[in-house]
Structures are given as structure tokens and as C-alpha cells.
Design a protein around this ligand. Structure first.
Ligand code: ARG
Length: 396
């Protein structure tokens, strides 16, 4: 009987390397791996590691453009920041990885997909639910969730199966893509403890940031950033540039006690230099271009949208409907924002919009004031009418 094929999402780390062997043994399967580059990944290096570990084939895909164009920037337009802190880098990457996995599973004739997520996190939910949405016939196997080994037992399995076990590079568990770096475990599990400096990799400590501030100008069209300091850039380049510029100034560190979908509170530290800058800039431009009511509705939608992304519901009708609102609300979010990066702070210092609702004529206290001060009397007479009526009839 020919062996079944299982497609494994492969990162090159210990967990997914052990998964290769475990799937071969337990499921007597032919294991093909897929590694997705959403930024910061050396595909060739990981591919050869997969083959060395015994994968029948090792596929790769450069997903950086799709990631920024179809996941990161739509989430930016939505103002999606989970619990007002986390720009959702890891959470946005999972549905795209799931999508590539489903496509590749079809190509290689795999009836099952496997991933290295643990049974405690959000990522297992995002992967399983996304695969189910895209192809409900595919089986999903999560070996780490099944085997229940501690680290020592896993290392032992690795050694006895000839999987190279590198000395642990860091005591933290990290995940990274273009939109940010997620860091947890180690002493970060003590929420009282300040994150140690070596938890960070993309952002300078304040003591190493430049003395002089860095000024930036970001231009948007329809809520999408397209140029930096007057230079048009492709989305991936823009994000990379901002990560470097903001990271150098110590901008983008986030320390979050978050509510996981599985009911646990966890402490995760993030670095998202481009995310922090772009969200600040985008919000500033919306403050110029959305009416008070649109802005209020947009805040509701942003909260809902970020929960949907965090909770693994990317491929749902609900997310699509929210996106339709967001896209409509972005049609006049066109203009430029000036920001100052300095010593860990990102401050908006200027904004302008072609079809902005800010009117100097109406706002000014100087000469040229076009606001009709006398009209306020009538406005207040009617606006305050129910208040006076109630006070008269019922007291305070
Ligand atoms: N807490 C984040 C999320 O749920 C990141 C999860 C992965 N983090 C990690 N350090 N491996 O999206």
C-alpha cells in the first residue's frame, strides 16, 4: 500500500524537526514540509535542514508580499490592535500560512496537514480553524499537542533519532515576521519583572538610541501608506525601512498581559517598530478625515476586528463584512503625517489631508474667523431645551 502523505508546516526549530520523525513513525507517513517566509527567514537553510531530518520533500514559499498587502495593511486600515496593545503580528501570519499549507497539500496530494503548535496557545486555534475554513476535508495533526513531552523527553527523542539538537540559543520563545516579533517564556513569566534587555532584538535600549530625534513623513492613499520621506516604496520595503528607523530609536516595545483565547492570561513582550509608527500615523490621518460618528463606529469595528484576528477567525464571513466597512471608511484617508521618533517615543507632530475635515477658517481664534458666533445662541437654546424642561419639572 502506498504511504499517505502528510504536509508539515516547518520552521526549522527543534519541535517541527522532531515532528518530521514522529509523523513518520506514528503515522507511517511520507512527510513533506512547507516553510513560509513572512520575513526574517532563511528559506534555503531551513529547506536543507528539513531534508537532512528526513523529509521526503521540502517546499518553500516567499509570502512577504501577500502578507503585507493582504493581511498587514488591511489590519492597519482597520486599526487592529488587540487589547489596545498588540499589533497582531503572529496572529496575522497564521491564516496566511494555513492558506499556503492548504494549497500545497492539494499539490502534493496530502490528506492531512500537521503543525508544531502546542495545546496551550492561540496559534493551534488559528491554524486548525483556518484549515477547516479553507478545506474541511483535510485532517489536522498537532504532534506537540499529542505527545505531551517535556523538553528533556523531547531532546531525548531527538538524540535517539539523529536529529541535531543545537544548544538552546535563548531562554525565550519567539516568533517573528515583518510586522513584529513576539517574545515569551523565561523570566518574562513573572509579570512583576522588567523585561531583560536580551529579550529584544529589533529595538535599541534608550541608552543606545541617537541623541537627535528622527523626523519622518509618511504619505497614505485610501488608508494605505505608500511613501516615506517623499520616496515611494513598495509595501514590504516601507515596513522594513520603518522597522529599522523606529527600532534604532527604541520605538516599538510593548509589554502586554494578554487574554488568550484558551482562557489563560499570559505575558508577552512584543517589538513592532513599524507597527507602532504606522498605526500612530494612520490614526492621526483618520482624525483629520473621519467625522465624529465615523470615528466612533470605526473604534467599535477596530475592537471587533482585532478580536476576530486574534481569535483565529480570519477566514469567516464576519471578518469579510468588517473589512467591507473598513474599506468604505478609508476612501478619504489620504494625506501625510509627520512624526518624531526619539528615545523610545513616537509622536505625531503634523498631519495634512487633501479632503480633510479640519477647517482653519472655522477653528481659528485669529482674524479670518468664519464661524458664526451668534448662531450658537439659537443652537444652545434648542440643544439645552430638554435639560431645562426636565430641571423645571423634576428638579436636578
Ligand atoms: N501571544 C501572541 C499571539 O497569540 C504570540 C504567540 C506566539 N509567541 C511566541 N513567543 N512564540 O498571537
Amino acid at each position: 500500500m502506498p504511504q499517505d502523505t502528510i504536509l508539515l508546516a516547518y520552521s526549522g526549530g527543534l519541535d517541527t524537526s522532531v515532528c518530521v520523525k514522529w509523523l513518520q513513525e506514528k503515522h507511517d507517513a511520507r512527510v513533506v514540509t512547507l516553510t513560509v517566509d513572512l520575513g526574517m527567514v532563511d528559506l534555503e537553510d531551513i529547506r536543507s535542514r528539513a531534508l537532512q531530518t528526513g523529509a521526503a520533500d521540502a517546499l518553500t514559499v516567499d509570502g512577504r508580499e501577500d502578507f503585507v498587502n493582504e493581511y498587514v495593511f488591511p489590519a492597519l486600515q482597520a486599526g487592529a490592535i488587540y487589547e489596545e496593545q498588540y499589533p497582531l503580528a503572529t496572529a496575522l501570519g497564521r491564516p496566511l500560512i494555513a492558506k499556503y499549507m492548504v494549497e500545497a497539500a492539494r499539490r502534493v496530494g496530502a490528506g492531512a496537514i500537521a503543525h508544531g503548535c502546542t495545546g496551550k496557545g492561540n496559534d493551534q486555534v488559528r491554524m486548525d480553524v483556518s484549515v477547516g475554513a479553507l478545506d474541511p476535508r483535510l485532517k489536522v495533526i498537532a504532534p506537540v499537542r499529542e505527545w505531551g513531552w517535556n523538553r528533556e523527553e523531547e531532546m531525548e527523542y531527538a538524540r535517539s533519532h539523529g536529529i541535531p539538537v543545537e544548544e538552546r540559543k535563548s531562554r525565550f520563545s519567539t516568533d517573528e515576521n515583518l510586522w513584529g516579533r513576539s517574545i515569551e517564556a523565561g523570566e518574562l513569566e513573572d509579570p512583576w519583572l522588567e523585561p531583560p534587555e536580551d529579550a529584544f532584538a529589533w529595538t535599541n535600549p534608550i541608552s543606545k538610541t541617537p541623541e537627535e530625534p528622527t523626523y519622518l513623513e509618511i504619505a497614505f492613499e485610501g488608508g494605505l501608506p505608500f511613501s516615506l520621506n517623499g520616496e515611494e516604496m513598495r509595501p514590504v520595503d516601507l515596513v522594513q525601512h520603518l522597522n529599522a528607523l523606529a527600532g534604532r530609536n527604541g520605538v516599538g516595545r510593548i509589554d502586554h498581559i494578554e487574554n488568550r483565547l484558551v482562557g489563560i492570561k499570559s505575558r508577552e513582550v512584543y517589538e513592532s517598530p513599524a507597527g507602532v509608527v504606522l498605526h500612530a500615523a494612520h490614526k492621526a490621518l483618520e482624525s483629520m478625515t473621519l467625522s465624529k460618528e465615523q470615528a466612533r463606529m470605526k473604534r467599535h469595528v477596530a475592537g471587533e476586528y482585532s478580536d476576530v484576528v486574534y481569535n483565529g477567525l480570519w477566514f469567516t464571513a464576519h471578518r469579510r463584512d468588517l473589512t467591507a466597512y473598513v474599506e468604505s471608511a478609508q476612501r478619504h484617508v489620504t494625506g501625510s503625517v509627520r512624526l518624531r521618533l526619539h528615545k523610545g517615543n513616537c509622536v505625531v507632530v503634523g498631519r495634512k489631508a487633501a479632503k480633510g475635515l479640519y477647517s482653519h477658517q472655522l477653528a481659528t481664534y485669529d482674524r479670518g474667523d468664519a464661524f458664526d458666533h451668534r448662531a450658537s445662541e439659537g443652537f444652545i437654546a434648542i440643544y439645552g431645551l430638554p435639560v431645562r424642561t426636565q430641571a423645571r419639572e423634576q428638579g436636578e
